[in-house]
Design a protein around this ligand. Structure first.
Ligand code: HEM
Length: 497
């Protein structure tokens, strides 16, 4: 291994003064949430790359596309591992999954399985009937609520509940072949089990790489759960897995006993992989991985897109016009239409830019000393590419805080949600880029398209503006979006075939 000689070493990126041994730990703890502290510091120091030392770890936040490209494209090979942290170790059951696994043989094996067997274009097609069913349930569910709830709520609905329900049921349908973990609820909404499961997933997602103290001082973990993160993660994992794992065990047994003989969903595919075969523990970790990878990106995105669009009726009208001219009002929009819905895709992309689900992507860890943008990046650094910082960077985007889907329209050419130049992070790029671009794009665009085509959405009568404040602790909308909903298509289209 080659190390850069000390004398010739360039400087570290700029950063706050730090104390011996603990670095900036105390300042970090005093300035929660950490991502907002980092963003403020970057503004104050007028830099797009920073170096914060916590214990012996260098955190390197980045919010400039050129620097992000240097890490994730030019130096992808040495920037593609993941740090070894309590939260990721527990969540992945000792790195049995893909999302959190460090670079190595296991990750390579799992990534290949995902690309060729689980998330390929052929698999996308194979699972289409399951997604179609969920897209039909979606409009029927809203329609039924419009019919039954008018007197009680005057047609006002919680959009967050609707989009989260869709995101959860569609992934469960593709993986387990069922909408609910328990019995569901009579009106087609989530059952108590599904709500508990979804809450635990949200907690895990919030705490994985959540700037936990023991992630930087691993020995402390054996003495104390310093900031309580470990207990929170363990409890949430127990809750999530108490619903998922028995379904997996039962299915493995069905195949073993010869009761099941045909593949219907992704769990069947995982169980029947031959080269290489996966054991039960790996299948369980990988399934949690897929669920975590998908559920909140989609729902956070469409809730924000709807909030911004309802706030700007001209944008909403343009989206409706596109659907009416490309699809019409005599049938529901289908996946095969999505290629023609460039404005709807731009609405999704603009929400990914302005309102990413998390401030940073998962940390990448460098496996060698290197130099980036003229700065020394020590081996073992945690590279934090800022989804929020890139998407809102005024040097890259005009008027970056304004929701303007037109900026992604491409002179009539097809709009895609990916951005391999990293002017924003949608699916990222390189070895660790999202392996589910086609799944993510299809399900997210379809969700928005069905909502916009199927219903009119307006502010509740008591409001004159949608409240677009974001949560202080996360980038989610601070308050769930409520909107006045009415069906806008012929009634027979909402009924299930
Ligand atoms: C709109 C939807 C989605 C968005 C915006 C999105 C975005 C991302 C991003 C930014 C990454 C991290 C890249 C990095 O570490 O540099 C990622 C990784 C990943 N995503 Fe997605 N994703 C979406 C949907 C999905 C879905 C539906 C699945 C699976 C069913 C999925 C599975 C994964 C997995 C397994 C990884 C980890 C890859 C690795 O570490 O090698 N994602 N995604």
């Amino acid at each position: 291994m080659r190390y850069i000689a000390y004398e010739s070493r360039p400087p570290l990126p700029p950063g706050p003064n730090s104390l011996p041994y603990i670095g900036s730990l105390i300042t970090m703890l005093r300035n929660k949430p950490t991502f907002r502290w980092i963003d403020r510091m970057m503004d104050e120091m007028n830099t797009n790359i920073l170096c914060i030392r916590i214990g012996s770890v260098h955190l390197i936040p980045v919010r400039d596309p050129m620097i992000a490209r240097e890490f994730l494209k030019d130096k992808d090979e040495i920037s593609s591992s993941r740090p070894d942290c309590m939260s990721s170790y527990l969540t992945s059951d000792g790195y049995l999954n893909t999302y959190l696994a460090p670079m190595g043989d296991h990750w390579k094996k799992m990534r290949k399985i995902l690309s060729s067997d689980i998330l390929s274009l052929i698999r996308l097609k194979w699972l289409q009937n399951k997604r179609d069913e969920e897209a039909d349930y979606l409009v029927r569910y809203i329609y039924n609520r419009c019919q039954t709830n008018v007197e009680v709520t005057k047609g006002v609905m919680n959009v967050r509940v609707i989009v989260q329900q869709y995101a959860n049921t569609i992934i469960r349908k593709m993986i387990f072949g069922r909408r609910y973990l328990g019995k569901g609820s009579a009106d087609g909404g989530p059952g108590d089990e599904d709500i508990e499961h979804a809450d635990s997933l949200a907690t895990i997602a919030a705490y994985v790489f959540g700037f936990c103290v023991t992630d930087y001082f691993p020995w402390l973990r054996w003495i104390t759960d310093f900031d309580g993160h470990e207990k929170i993660i363990r409890d949430s994992l127990l809750t999530a897995r108490k619903y998922q794992d028995p379904l997996i065990d039962e299915r493995i047994k069905q195949w073993k006993d010869g009761v099941r003989t045909k593949e219907y969903d992704l769990l069947d595919v995982f169980i029947n992989l031959e080269n290489p075969q996966l054991n039960a523990a790996t299948i369980k970790a990988q399934i949690l991985d897929l669920i975590l990878g998908s559920f909140d990106n989609m729902s956070n995105n469409v809730e924000w897109a709807m909030a911004e669009m309802i706030n700007e009726p001209m944008i909403f009208a343009k989206a409706v016009h596109e659907l009416d001219s490309m699809v019409g009002k005599d049938r529901l929009v289908q996946e095969s239409d999505l290629v023609n819905l460039n404005y709807i895709k731009s609405c999704v992309k603009e929400a990914l830019r302005l309102h990413p689900v998390s401030a940073f992507g998962l940390p990448h860890m460098s496996t060698k000393d290197t130099t980036v943008s003229g700065y020394f990046i020590p081996k073992g650094s945690h590279i934090l590419v800022s989804r929020m910082g890139l998407g809102r960077n005024p040097e890259v985007w005009d008027d970056p805080l304004t929701y303007n889907p037109d900026r992604h329209m491409n002179d009539g050419k097809e709009v895609v949600l990916t951005d391999h130049n990293l002017n924003m992070i949608s699916f990222s790029t390189g070895r660790r880029g999202c392996p589910a671009v086609n799944f993510g794009t299809t399900m997210t665009v379809m969700l928005l398209a069905r909502l916009v085509q199927g219903f009119t959405w307006e502010m509740p009568p008591s409001e004159t503006q949608v409240d677009l404040k974001e949560n202080l602790q996360s980038l989610w909308k601070a308050k769930p979006l409520f909107a006045l909903v009415r069906p806008r298509l012929p009634h027979h289209l909402y009924e299930l075939k």
